[in-house]
Ligand binder design. Structure first.
Ligand SMILES: Nc1ncnc2c1ncn2[C@@H]1O[C@H](COP(=O)(O)OP(=O)(O)OP(=O)(O)O)[C@@H](O)[C@H]1O
Length: 871
């Protein structure tokens, strides 16, 4: 039998109509003092929030699941829902229920999604919360990031590798993609992102241009320097579209869209960022570089430092400017301390002004904003008067915002509440009307006392009491013993066991006046507060600029403190190609060693003439990886503007850093790990430049020894012969690679020294010139507690193997490979035909290709190759 159509109550009818508009969101439906959820939404809500799931209209046709919570708990529950990955539509009552006789009008006032949040409980103070949009264009992929809580809006475009890297760097909470490309996005960038799919038409040039121009109220996008970013613009337009769709219409704090200028920053691919554990670690407990170097105090500083670390500079002058400030501050401890003390009083200016723009700021937060601006005044004075040019410029640019501070001061009470409805928001003396009404309401008590005295005397009732309740307002209470003295005109309202309660004409009048005054007070407070907020929006830009500058000073102060606390030195950055680190240390490892153990510092020298590549051999656990990573981290820290953990460092500007770790160090990947390793290494070989720093850690060990050695050899040879002559550190335990120095004059052998004891090794961790004779795997196995029997057997097998395949034999074989064979491989890598085929494949939209078209495409590519062969 067909199910009987459900009979809808008017409320449910309204609910269903609204829910139909937000099918993919969880709808919080305001009913009286509660936010309710129904049906599937209720089931999910109850589960996430751990609240009771009940039934509405149990047993009836319209029975449905129900879960709700009091409206004032929204701030507690909303973040939990959003953190669980829900999109939450908040549906409020749009009119006062008292004013209407029919069903209250309701509508969605905000759609909160993981990428669009303003709520402090959802946001982390030292991290941005980015919403991202990705557009797959014909030539490039466009990308855009927006943090509605800080007003930052950025865009860029490039190939999949670059976009992938940006996604990792900016770590967005939500990514928007067109419906048509949902599969494609997952294929290219993986499934780790929280994605939302927009209609395809949103991703269009004209629409995007129009949306951006309308938002910024400009004629063109020229002023933002993004007009040539065709794909980037489309991605940015889609973000603004999404904000409008989610009911975020107050966006005055998004004052510009900036270009992420790829060329201005050191290129690091995503493997490098991951391998170096800059700010996220593979295992969640590991300490990252950011953990160690972050001495910032303000949320703005914390967020900026993360950005700086992801985007180290490539401009010698800009880097030097940061170093000079750090140098000045580290030498002037009192100044440093004074500035840092003032920064402690600065709240999250950036988010406070964003909340002001979106009219979601509370009175207490406006006071916080004022106090933060007040703390800037002395910082401005210190910076302007100090003996450092870069700081002076910052001091001059900081704005004291006197008028804004004064206005807030005169308008609001210093201890204004979180909720304007709690009253006591507007300062005394700001509005005459408000002051009079307040006087009236506070004088009420006196008035009542007088009335009580008068009536007691008149009636002779000694135990009169005046009080009020919700049912009939103010009343006079008379104990039963005096009941006969009650005047006639008093109206009896309630009889209790020992007393009776009356109202009088005078009390009624008084009540109307007081209640009227209180209501009016609230209305005026609300109105004056929202006028203030509106007036404040003209200060969005200067406050944002202050926020940025404070973030910058905070970062530089943090670097100075780091330098002092951890004994870092001033690095020299120049245009040479040399890298000369004396007594360098690993910033993270040195912090983790027990106090009894000192970190062993090491020298590393690389250039393009004599020592382009260092082969570092040494047993497992000897410290090879540490040397590789510390070299990259020292370069990175220096180019970020920080001092470095070393005795001295001279760094010829580095423009790209590549690191690769051999397969067995990251076995968690699904694909054949060796294949992954080779893919990753291939991408290095295709991208190196003269200023690149390449770190290869045990490359080639994911396969058999011979394979591994051959590949490691070929890669090293390629790097040596490549005209870029990129500086390279290669850690390996294939001591066979030590033979390479004989043929390749810029390759030098080093080893991390160990002392061989009778049947053990002692790690000295010192990098010294020269190769190693043999591997130490078995020693290490012994240290790890492997049974004697196994060790004994292993030693025997090793001896046998060493006899039958002497390493000289192997290296001789490799060396006798004909030169022209090597040449051929170079030729192949750079072949324009390959480039052409690559382009062809990249521009093929697999999603729309039919099987026949795919075959034709394959045939086309084959023909290109056949043609080339015939030539
Ligand atoms: N210079 C150093 N001073 C003090 N301790 C060090 C130093 N270098 C490394 N260590 C310690 O030794 C451990 C092993 O170092 P590392 O991982 O660099 O060795 P490795 O030679 O790369 O080993 P594997 O080949 O197994 O990867 C580090 O985790 C660190 O605790």
């Amino acid at each position: 039998m067909a199910k009987k159509a459900k009979k809808e109550t008017p409320l449910m009818k309204q609910y269903n109509a609204i829910k139909a508009k937000y099918p993919d969101a969880l709808l919080l439906f305001r009913v009286g003092d509660f936010y309710e959820t129904f049906g599937e939404d209720a089931v999910r809500t109850a589960k996430i929030l751990d609240i009771i799931l009940t039934k509405r209209g149990a047993g009836s046709d319209s029975e449905t699941e129900l879960a709700g919570f009091p409206h004032h708990s929204l701030n507690t529950y909303l973040p939990k829902l959003v953190k669980a990955g829900e999109r939450v539509a908040i549906c409020d009552q749009l009119e006062d229920p008292k004013q209407t006789k029919t069903i209250v009008k309701r509508g969605v006032t905000e759609l909160v999604t993981p990428g669009v949040a303003l709520n402090d409980e959802v946001l982390k103070s030292k991290s941005n919360n980015f919403l991202c949009s990705v557009y797959f264009g014909k030539q490039f992929i466009g990308i855009s990031f927006l943090d509605i809580s800080t007003g930052e809006f950025l865009t860029s475009q490039g190939n999949a590798e670059y976009i992938d890297k940006l996604l990792q760097n900016f770590n967005p909470s939500e990514v928007l993609v067109s419906k048509q490309k949902r599969m494609h996005f997952n294929e290219v960038f993986g499934q780790d992102y929280h994605t939302f799919y927009l209609e395809d038409w949103v991703y269009q040039t004209d629409y995007a241009n129009e949306t951006l121009i309308k938002h910024f109220n400009t004629k063109t996008l020229k002023g933002f320097g993004i007009e040539d970013l065709h794909e980037g613009i489309i991605a940015s337009g889609a973000i603004l579209h999404y904000l409008a769709e989610t009911q975020h219409n107050k966006l005055q704090h998004i004052t510009s869209v900036g270009r992420i200028a790829e060329d201005d920053y050191v290129w690091m691919d995503k493997f490098t960022i991951r391998n170096l554990e800059l700010y996220h670690s593979t295992n969640n407990n590991a300490v990252t570089l950011l953990n160690v170097i972050d001495k910032t105090i303000s949320p703005m500083g914390g967020r900026l430092l993360k950005r700086w670390l992801a985007l180290p500079l490539k401009d010698v002058e800009k880097i030097k400017q940061r170093h000079e400030v750090v140098d000045f501050l580290s030498k002037n401890a009192p100044t440093l301390q004074k500035i840092q003390n003032h920064i402690k009083h600065i709240g999250d200016l950036e988010r406070l002004i964003s909340k002001t723009a979106t009219a979601k700021v509370s009175p207490r937060e406006v006071i916080q904003l004022k106090n933060s601006l007040e703390a800037i005044v002395p910082i401005k004075a210190i910076a302007t008067n100090c003996d450092n040019d870069a700081l002076k410029v910052i001091g001059d640019t900081l704005q004291s915002c006197d008028v804004l501070r004064e206005k807030i001061k005169e308008t609001l009470n210093e201890d204004a509440p979180v909720n304007v409805l709690k009253g006591h928001t507007i300062a005394k003396g700001f509005s005459n009307e408000l002051d009079e009404l307040r006087a009236l309401s506070t004088s009420g008590k006196e008035y009542l006392d007088k009335m009580l005295e008068r009536e007691s005397e008149r009636t002779g009732i000694t135990s009169l009491k005046i009080a009020s309740n919700n049912v009939f307002g103010y009343y006079i209470e008379v104990r039963n013993t005096h009941r006969d003295k009650v005047p006639e005109e008093w109206i009896r309202k309630q009889t209790l066991v020992n007393a009776e309660r009356y109202i009088t004409e005078e009390l009624k009048e008084y009540e109307a006046k007081i209640l009227g005054a209180e209501e009016r007070i609230l209305t005026i407070e609300q109105q004056l507060f929202s006028e203030l907020i509106h007036w404040m929006t003209q200060y969005i830009k200067p406050v944002q600029q202050n926020a940025f500058l404070i973030g910058k000073i905070d970062c530089l102060c943090g670097f100075a403190q780091l330098a002092n606390d951890s004994n870092y030195v001033y690095p020299t950055i120049d245009d040479s190609y040399d890298l000369d680190i004396k007594e360098g240390r690993h910033p993270v490892i040195e912090k983790q060693l027990p106090p009894s153990e000192a970190y062993i510092a090491n020298d590393v020298y690389l250039d393009r003439e004599k020592q382009q590549m260092i082969m570092i051999t040494g047993p497992n656990m000897s410290g090879k990886s540490a040397i590789l990573r510390q070299t990259a981290l020292i370069v990175l820290l220096a180019q970020t503007g920080s001092f470095v953990p070393a005795k001295s460092a001279r760094i010829g500007l580095i423009d790209k850093i590549f690191t690769r770790v051999g397969a067995s160090d990251n076995i968690s990947m699904g694909e054949s790990t060796f294949m992954v390793e080779m893919n990753e290494t291939a991408s290095i070989l295709n991208n190196i430049s003269e200023r690149s720093l390449v770190l290869l850690d045990e490359i080639g060990r994911g396969t058999s020894t011979y394979d591994g050695i051959s590949i490691a050899w070929a890669i090293s040879e390629y790097l040596h012969e490549h005209p870029a002559k990129a500086k390279t550190l290669f850690a390996t335990h294939y001591h066979e690679l030590n033979e390479m120095t004989e043929t390749f004059n810029r390759i030098k052998n080093y080893n991390v020294s160990v002392k061989e004891l009778k049947d053990n090794v002692l790690f000295l961790r010192k990098l010294v010139a020269g190769g190693s004779e043999h591997s130490f795997g078995i020693h290490v196995a012994k240290m790890a507690g492997m049974p004697q029997q196994v060790l004994h057997r292993a030693n025997k097998i090793l001896k046998k193997l060493e006899k039958s395949h002497s390493s000289e034999e192997l290296t001789d074989k490799v060396k006798t490979l004909k030169d022209d064979e090597m040449q051929l491989s170079f030729f192949n890598l750079d072949d324009p035909l390959l480039e052409q085929i690559k382009e062809e494949i990249l521009h093929t939209d697999i999603d729309t290709l039919t099987p026949v078209e795919a075959l034709m495409k394959l045939n086309e590519i084959k023909r290109m190759l056949v043609k080339k062969k015939m030539v």
